[in-house]
Design a protein around this ligand. Structure first.
Ligand code: NAI
Ligand code: MG
Length: 499
């Protein structure tokens, strides 16, 4: 049941360090997907709000308080922001859990590592610098400087809003940019809270701004704004492709982290019990709503039955329910349309000839919410849409193979290239297969490991550019080459040949 809109707490845009009424005065409701109850109202941003935010971010970028701030101080502020997030971890975890249905337990886990991303970039802030180049003419001094870009637009999704926003915000601020965040319309709250904490940490007003609203309205207006220096986006490949086209036509950069259909390969020499847990964690954690979900499993024919048995046995006992309850293992999908999309894909799989070994039905979780059972599909192959397209739900397709060569070929037979898992006890094979997989991240005998220190990149249609690690700084800076004539010699006439 939806509560009357009037009683819901209201969030405005966060622009220039203050709460700002949406230009057109409109708001939209955000709901708890576990219970369908209304949670809060968020401002429905339009082009006028985006313009106001980009203008504030441009002013902050030019303001000496930010432009001339020492890099040491920038690092100090990032460290303080990380600390503030740790101090407010309980509130942030609950907020995001209620907004997108993620398990509160999982959110608490995310919140213990989230400050590390700010601390990592805090340590990097005073290590960004250019170099001196020994130009061929020794009378000329040539050096480079790594400069911030300007206003960065960050468009983020709903599946892990705090973490995925942080992957953009921390390096962008570390490099000296200012930021306008447009969170997903399904999860507006934690991005706003993050911006508020950034102000509290000491970032000058206008350095971090948030405009909430819908993709085709606020998101599109941000992408189209001429004041932007760069877009950093995480979400669907379809929207990413549109953003890539729009930014390319204006010659500004974009970092894109997009979809996946990642393979998890279980070889005959694997520890099958471990591999089964890796498969379950890879696709049923976060109800499968992760870009890195290991949604295609290839198992060597000799271990295929045992693996299926173990995966299905665990899938059947996964406890579906209230994400706030610590004994729950699977929460809801983040909103009704996402649950319906998952259901449609499983039905499509059935009509394509797939057999549902376990799961295959929607449920309200006893709470009236948007749940879907952990689902295992067999009798599938790479020609089926259910195996080719990103479902973004708790659905795994399991297929047998006979040789290593075949496993690599099947795993790479996809438009995506985000991540891959390899399960083997053969060291040589682990390295050999890792080298041949077309994926930006390869995990061997583990799945889902992540660190602010480790760069990640999507291959093929899974993305452009690098997030995390020192490499991410390149995405948020530009390189300037400066030439200084150090000689006292007169500048020669350009029309006489130099000796
Ligand atoms: P989406 O890619 O449309 O949304 C992501 C963000 O982009 C949101 O903030 C949205 O408001 C914004 N956006 C949408 N249209 C835009 C436009 N024309 N211009 C600028 N910004 C725009 O994805 P959505 O609709 O939330 O989910 C649909 C599917 O996308 C999911 O079912 C899933 O398959 C995939 N997805 C993948 C993610 C990943 O991490 N790989 C994350 C979220 C969704
Ligand atoms: Mg919500």
């Amino acid at each position: 049941m939806s509560e009357p809109t009037e009683q819901l707490p209201t969030w405005q845009h966060f622009i220039g360090g203050t709460w700002v009424e949406p230009a057109e005065g409109q708001y939209f409701d955000s709901t708890d997907p576990a219970t369908r109850r209304g949670l809060y109202r968020a401002a429905r941003g339009t082009a006028a709000d985006i313009d106001r935010a980009v203008t504030a971010a441009q002013a902050a970028f030019e303001d000496p308080r930010w432009r001339d701030m020492s890099q040491t101080r920038r690092g100090h502020l990032l460290r303080r922001l990380g600390d503030l997030i740790a101090e407010n971890a309980g509130e942030l975890a609950l907020m995001e859990s209620r907004d997108n249905g993620k398990l509160l337990r999982e959110m608490r886990g995310q919140l213990t590592t989230l400050p590390e991303y700010y601390h990592y970039y805090a340590g990097l802030a005073d290590k960004i610098h250019g170099s001196t180049i020994p130009a061929s003419d020794r009378r000329v001094l040539n050096y480079t400087a790594r400069e911030p870009l300007g206003v960065v637009g960050a468009i983020t999704p709903w599946n892990s809003p705090l973490t995925l926003t942080t992957s953009k915000l921390a390096p962008a601020l570390c490099a000296g940019n200012t930021v306008v965040i447009k969170p997903s319309e399904y999860t507006s709250a934690t991005g706003l809270r993050l911006a508020e904490l950034a102000l509290e940490a000491g970032f000058p007003p206008g350095v971090v701004n948030v405009v909430t609203g819908f993709g085709p309205e606020a998101g599109q207006a941000l992408v189209d704004h001429q004041g932007l220096a760069k877009i950093s986006f995480t979400g669907s490949t379809a929207t990413g492709s549109r953003i890539a086209a729009a930014t390319a036509s204006r010659f500004i950069g974009s970092t894109l982290e997009l979809g996946g259909k990642s393979p998890n390969i279980v070889f005959e020499d694997a520890d099958v019990a471990n591999a089964a847990m890796g498969v379950v964690a890879g696709v049923f954690a976060a109800a499968g709503q992760t870009c890195i979900a290991g949604s295609r499993v290839f198992a060597h024919r000799s271990v295929y039955d045992e693996l299926l048995e173990r995966v299905c046995a665990r899938a059947k006992t996964i406890r579906i329910g209230d994400p706030l309850d610590d004994t729950t293992e699977l929460g809801p999908l983040a909103f009704e349309a996402q649950r319906d999309k998952v259901a449609r894909y499983v039905d499509l799989g059935r009509s394509e000839g797939a057999r549902v070994l376990t799961g295959g039905a929607a449920t309200d979780g006893g709470l009236g919410g948007y749940f879907y059972e952990p689902t295992v599909l067999v009798d599938v192959d790479n020609s089926m849409r259910v195996v080719r397209e990103e479902i973004f739900g708790p659905v795994v397709a399991v297929m047998p193979f006979d040789t290593e060569e075949e496993a690599v070929r099947l795993a790479n037979d996809t438009e995506y290239g985000l991540a891959a898992g390899v399960w083997t006890t053969n060291l040589a094979r682990a390295h050999r297969v890792a080298a041949r997989l077309e994926a930006g991240t390869v995990w061997v005998n583990t799945y889902r490991a992540m660190s602010p220190m480790s760069p990640r990149q999507g291959f093929k249609t899974s993305g452009v550019g690098v997030e995390h690690g020192t490499e991410a700084i390149r995405e948020y800076t530009r390189l300037k080459s400066i030439w200084i004539n150090t000689s006292e010699e007169p500048v020669s006439d350009p029309f006489t040949m130099r000796s």
